[in-house]
Design a protein around this ligand. Structure first.
Ligand code: ADP
Length: 403
């Protein structure tokens, strides 16, 4: 099945055409700066042909129109007719407890998605705009929503409950949800395939480290715990998010800065993490370069980042009662040997020992980076969330056709 995947953010839309039969991407692209001057669209075909277009894209509707146009463009496209798109798969961030799995989107489901906005006010509205634009432009093509949260649905209650009055969970769904589900699912399944063992027999810890970062403990294919919570703010520190903090800090800083609730939310989401500690940048490449040049705050940001990851890995070894595999993925996990090395350092008593020479060589390729002696295998696996979305889309469309 040819599936168009859409990841619609507040000012950008990422897309890919995926042939689920071959599991190959036929083309991919990104529309950036939607509604801001200087909109730019980049489009790359699987044969390496690339094009960049600067045009005036004012909203998600026109962004989707531009994507569909380039897909059938005689020079840059890969389709002769839009009818070749058999389904559209949307990455959706937060389902609350309304959706337990991926869903075929009709008008009723779309209305229910509006009810999920409160769970992720920054992410869910642009996701819905992407859906509406796709439904309007491709009225006869099925749309499927694949949620970042659903892979973590089976977490046990003691892992997802916060220590707050139970009624907030019961009446308002306030609990830990977790995110990056498609990525954790993809790399853990792929790890099992690579080592040639049954996924259901393995205990895997997956570290998705990018601008947003989360870690998951996966037992027999089920996510039993993950570091992000009700929102993506919880867990390890991230590019601009604070990660785990004493909740008392929110009051202490809000009082000092005289913040409104919105200002406090923006502060802890956008001015903290690597950015906040370094005072320089949220970008790991720049943090590493500044640390190497002797910048104390950049080195500290790197050290805090790695230390928090190490604590999660160690605690998940406890949660799982041992682990078979630790996987690094995401822009940082796939590329930064420094982060991989530092966040697994001195863990030989827990069963982790890297082959440092191998670790230093590996960038964005599937590989094992642990030593022969390491009881736990440490791997680098580039993530492929779009493939999970496309395969889920095919599965859900197939289910409905079979009815
Ligand atoms: P997003 O969460 O937005 O999808 P990515 O997964 O692309 O982000 O990760 C972006 C992060 O990956 C940035 O902090 C970037 O600096 C980091 N990164 C990319 N390449 C490297 C590299 N070679 N070394 C260290 N960090 C890298």
């Amino acid at each position: 099945m040819k599936v168009l995947t859409i990841n619609s953010g507040s000012s950008s839309v990422k897309y890919q055409m995926i042939d689920t039969h071959t599991q190959q991407s036929l083309c991919r692209g990104l529309v950036e700066r939607i509604g801001i001057s200087g909109t730019c669209m980049s489009h790359t075909r699987a044969d390496g042909h690339k094009t960049k277009i600067s045009n005036n894209i004012t909203n998600h509707q026109t962004a989707i129109e531009a994507i569909l146009k380039i897909l059938v463009d005689p020079e840059h496209g890969i389709l002769s007719d839009l009818g070749e798109i058999e389904a559209v798969g949307h990455r959706l961030v937060h389902a609350g407890e309304k959706f337990k799995e991926s869903v075929l989107i009709d008008n009723e489901v779309r209305d229910k998605l509006y009810e999920c906005i409160e769970y992720a006010p920054l992410h869910n509205p642009p996701n819905i705009k992407g859906i509406e634009a796709a439904m309007e432009n491709l009225p006869n093509t099925p749309n499927v929503g694949v949620f970042d949260t659903t892979f973590h649905n089976a977490m046990p209650d003691y892992a997802f409950m916060y220590g707050i009055p139970y009624k907030y969970y019961k009446q308002q769904g306030i609990r830990r949800y977790g995110f990056h589900g498609s990525s954790h699912l993809y790399v853990s399944r792929r790890a099992a395939e690579i080592v040639g063992k049954d996924y259901r027999d393995l205990k895997i810890i997956t570290c998705h480290l990018g601008n947003g970062s989360s870690i998951a403990a996966i037992k027999g294919g089920i996510s039993v715990d993950t570091s992000m919570g009700f929102t993506p703010l919880e867990g390890v520190i991230m590019g601009t998010r604070c990660g785990d903090i004493d909740p008392g800090l929110i009051f202490a800083i809000a009082a000092r800065e005289n913040f409104t609730l919105d200002e406090a939310s923006s502060f802890f989401n956008k001015q903290c993490g690597l950015q906040g500690i370094s005072g320089l940048t949220s970008d790991m490449r720049e943090i590493e370069a500044a640390a190497a040049a002797g910048n104390y705050q950049a080195q500290l940001a790197l050290n805090v980042f790695c230390y928090r990851i190490k604590k999660y890995i160690a605690s998940y070894i406890g949660v799982l009662n041992g682990a078979d595999i630790v996987v690094f993925t995401g822009g940082i996990g796939e590329n930064s040997y420094t982060v991989r090395s530092q966040s697994t350092k001195d863990m030989d008593q827990l069963g982790i020992e890297l082959d440092e020479a191998k670790n230093c060589e590996i960038r964005s390729t599937e590989s094992t980076i642990s030593s022969e002696k390491s009881r736990i295998r440490v791997m680098v696996i580039p993530t492929n969330e779009e493939l999970v979305i496309a395969m889920e889309t095919e599965r859900i469309v197939g289910q409905h056709r079979g009815r």
